[in-house]
Design a protein around this ligand. Structure first.
Ligand code: SF4
Ligand code: SF4
Length: 261
């Protein structure tokens, strides 16, 4: 959320301080909800499809478009904007955001932007979050006198929970295919399904040859059947496997015969 030229090029941490207030009576109310590119995370889709009582494929079809990242070749779901001159977010109404309790992580963080980097540690590579401010000319929130740290803002907006659920998936965005190749169409489809189309991914696990090919323990199966947050974690594992980043899944004896079917 926010345009690149509004990004203040300085990295911040959770204890960085700022002054900001956003409320219904501010003259720029909802000005930040038009003509923007909002990349959705897996947990955003889970929350929004539940809010709208839709299956993941219908939600993706109606409210998003797919964009292939040029650098990584990863497919991403991007929230649709209205196709008029203003290009308003399709969830924007005169009253504000119609999905406010389930708004995407990027909307929760705004006017903070967030990134993740991989760092080496004694325990191996770890993911570390960093933050930056997005100061757009139309946003008057920075003129208001309410003090925050990035951490207190993140708590207030219930964004930390999103970070926790999306962490493994976000880590994938930092990693390229080990062989330096771009993902082919089949792998892009699998990546997209295991990231966003979780109803289809669940069907693929439980209603195809998947369990004849992969050795998945009963406890994991019970968890992913019941809990979509667990399914997101399993989806990240599956993506790591298909991208040949890690041997996160084990093949069953005789799996080759099923893989050919
Ligand atoms: S989802 Fe809500 S908060 Fe986010 S851009 Fe759309 S209207 Fe604004
Ligand atoms: S203060 Fe900034 S974040 Fe709040 S409505 Fe205005 S433009 Fe959007």
């Amino acid at each position: 959320m926010g345009k690149m030229d509004a990004v203040v090029p300085e990295k911040h941490s959770l204890d960085s301080k700022f002054t900001f207030r956003c409320h219904k009576d501010i003259k720029c109310f909802t000005k930040c909800c038009s003509n923007i590119e909002i990349l959705l995370t897996p947990y955003d889709v889970v929350r929004l499809k539940k809010k709208l009582n839709l299956s993941s494929d219908v939600f993706l079809e109606q409210y998003t478009h797919m964009k292939i990242d040029e650098q990584s070749s990863h497919p991403h779901a991007i929230l649709k904007m209205a196709e008029d001159a203003e290009r308003k977010c399709i969830f924007l109404t005169d009253e504000g955001c119609s999905v406010y309790e389930d708004r995407p992580a990027n909307c929760r963080y705004y006017p903070i932007g967030q990134g993740t980097m991989r760092k080496d540690s004694e325990q191996g590579p770890v993911l570390e979050d960093f933050f930056f401010f997005v100061k757009e000319d139309h946003c008057f929130g920075f003129d208001e006198k309410k003090n925050w740290t990035i951490e207190s803002w993140r708590e207030d907006q219930d964004a930390a929970h999103y970070d926790e659920v999306n962490r493994e998936w976000k880590g994938l965005q930092l990693r390229k295919n080990l062989q330096g190749k771009t993902l082919d169409e089949k792998k892009q489809f699998q990546f997209y399904m295991a990231s966003y189309d979780l109803d289809m991914f669940k069907k693929y696990i439980f209603e195809s040859n998947f369990l004849n090919v992969f050795d998945i323990d009963d406890e994991t199966l019970a968890k992913i059947k019941e809990d979509e947050k667990e399914l997101i974690q399993f989806g990240a594992k599956y993506i790591k496997y298909i991208m040949m980043l890690e041997e996160t899944l084990k093949l069953k004896d005789g799996a080759e015969a099923y893989k050919r079917k």
